[in-house]
Design a protein around this ligand. Structure first.
Ligand code: GN1
Ligand code: MG
Length: 362
């Protein structure tokens, strides 16, 4: 089926005009459906990667539950802007929240939010603050949705213990014959594994609660309005039960990096303290009243854990032969892993500063 034919399977208003590729992302494919009829909204058509997301029905059920929950809150505070501040899922004509094509691909349609800004990265601390405040507000709106009500889309997604086991497995198999190239990286992983299990252990003990978490809090998953105020949290695929540290940690990982996620020049990769402070400040301004002291203390470890865990994930995919992340060249996952290890090391070197910043804000 063509994307136009697929778009026609949904209960959209107006007519389907041009359908054009939209945005980046390592996992899903997105298209913007331009409305062929004036004064009718555009839409976002997405093919959900079902290699990564094994249970798309569950994923969509979570997405409906969470957007309904959040919409009800936004309705109270910003009744005039509900459709800009919350994703709207457009059902398929059979009423389902997705459409499965004859080849077995899963598709969904969302209302396109007009006149937004997206930042793939930023050095502007106001934008960092706003992004974090918006993610934190999302966490806070979900505070009263019990974690058990959403399903687990990717088991053990941010479980460091399991990621280490997965790495051992990939080392043992050495499926792509690349093990010999990554000895140094593996030594580093081992040398830090104990500290990096801190959050996992707090969770196991029940010292930090399971919440409904977003699990992919990069700045590009926030839509901003034209005044650079945070508008809407997007990319809700990985919503599932998790710890608040995921949403803080992945935000820090992606936002504070002075280099690229896949920077080949490691001198460019470091953790920017001003951006760290801005993100922590925005996140805590929205969540200060709902987080426990133990959760607040755990945020510091999250700042190191998330670059480290992402590095391990890229390393695993490199060893496995690039089966998970889309790659642009043969060494891409290795380059990514090295950049994320560098970010972890820089965070370690700045640990006292990070600690002080969180302490002052919490
Ligand atoms: C993937 O596709 P994207 O960019 O939203 C990944 C995240 C990683 C990120 C690294 C389901 O997210 O967990 O942090 O790449 N998503 C999944 O860039 O694995
Ligand atoms: Mg994502």
């Amino acid at each position: 089926m063509t994307v136009e034919e697929i778009a026609a399977q949904f209960a959209t208003d107006g007519t389907i005009g041009k359908v054009q590729p939209h945005g980046g992302g390592h996992i899903n494919d997105s298209y913007r459906i331009l409305n062929g009829t004036q004064d009718h909204p555009d839409y976002l058509l997405q093919r959900v990667n079902h290699y990564v997301f094994k249970d798309v029905e569950l994923l969509m059920r979570n997405m409906v539950l969470v957007t309904d929950h959040v919409r009800a809150k936004i309705q109270k505070d910003h009744p005039e802007e509900v459709e800009r501040r919350c994703m709207t899922i457009i059902p398929a004509i059979d009423g389902k929240s997705y459409f499965k094509d004859p080849e077995g691909n899963y598709w969904r349609v969302l209302r396109f939010i007009e006149d937004h800004l997206v930042f793939d990265s930023t050095t502007d601390t106001d934008i960092a603050y706003e992004g974090a405040r918006t993610f934190g507000a999302f966490t806070a709106m979900l505070n009263d949705l019990p974690a058990g009500e959403v399903g687990t889309v990717i088991p053990d997604f941010h479980n460091m213990k399991w990621r280490l086991t997965q790495l051992e497995d990939s080392i043992r198999k050495d499926a792509a014959g690349r093990l010999k190239e990554v000895k140094k990286e593996i030594d580093y992983v081992e040398s830090r594994s104990k500290m990096m299990l801190t959050i996992h252990e707090l969770g196991e003990k029940g010292a930090i609660p399971l919440r409904v978490t977003h699990n992919d809090t990069k700045i590009s998953n926030i839509l901003f309005d034209k005044n650079k105020k945070g508008l809407c949290v997007i990319d809700l695929d990985t919503i599932q039960p998790g710890y608040v540290t995921s949403d803080f940690g992945d935000g820090i990982r992606t936002l504070t990096n002075t280099g690229e996620e896949d920077d080949a020049n490691l001198d460019r990769v470091s953790m920017d303290l001003d951006l760290f402070e801005a993100f922590a400040s925005g996140f805590l301004d929205s969540t200060r009243d709902i987080l426990s002291d133990t959760e607040k203390d755990a945020l510091l470890y999250a700042a190191l854990l998330f670059p480290y865990m992402q590095a391990v994930r890229f390393l695993i995919d490199y060893l496995d032969g690039d089966v998970y992340y889309k790659t642009l060249h043969k060494e891409h996952n290795l380059v990514r892993a090295r950049a994320q290890f560098k970010l972890t090391q820089d965070g370690e070197a700045k640990l006292d500063d990070l600690k002080q910043i969180i302490k002052n804000l919490a």
